[in-house]
Design a protein. Structure first.
Length: 169
């Protein structure tokens, strides 16, 4: 049996690599009920999947219940169309004390000609909470690659901009 201190250190002080909680190549097959009158995927269907997958990554990273605090940015770069498959890539960009930024990229892949397009980018902030819905500390994230380090730095810049645009009460 481990002591509370050992449990605390293991759970909250030991960092976790980005790849340990990331979701790569999550496939979402587009069906007719996902399409609007223009034969493109409903934006809301993509938003739902973005939030679900980002929440799963937040939980995997923290080992705690996590809730969406904000959707900082969700950009539809191009429409996803009938006959395409959506491919989601989701990872923790940065952890602060009780919150973390999750980055999401969505690609549309035409399975008939292997053409892939980047169609959506999003940044969400999640907070880990305890059984009384109070924010709790999250273990650090360890960026390893050049791209993970770039996203780590850019996440802090986005956070500063969020605070500048929306000062806390």
């Amino acid at each position: 049996m481990i002591s509370y201190e050992q449990h605390f250190r293991r759970r909250y002080m030991t960092g976790r690599k980005v790849g340990e909680s990331a979701v790569n190549d999550h496939i979402y097959e587009v069906f007719p009920n996902d399409l609007n009158a223009h034969n493109t995927v409903f934006g809301g269907a993509i938003m739902l999947e973005v939030d679900r997958l980002a929440g799963a990554v937040a939980r995997r990273h923290s080992g705690e219940v996590c809730v969406t605090l904000s959707l900082d940015s969700l950009r539809f770069l191009e429409p996803a169309k009938s006959g395409e498959v959506l491919v989601f890539k989701v990872a923790v960009n940065r952890v602060w004390n009780t919150s973390m930024e999750i980055g999401v990229k969505v690609f549309a892949e035409n399975i008939y000609n292997d053409f892939v397009r980047h169609v959506v980018s999003a940044y969400l902030t999640f907070v880990a909470i305890d059984s009384h819905n109070r924010p709790i500390k999250i273990r650090p994230v360890i960026p390893e690659t050049k791209s993970e380090n770039r996203r780590f730095q850019e996440a802090d810049q986005r956070r500063q901009q969020r605070f500048k645009n929306n000062p806390r009460p």
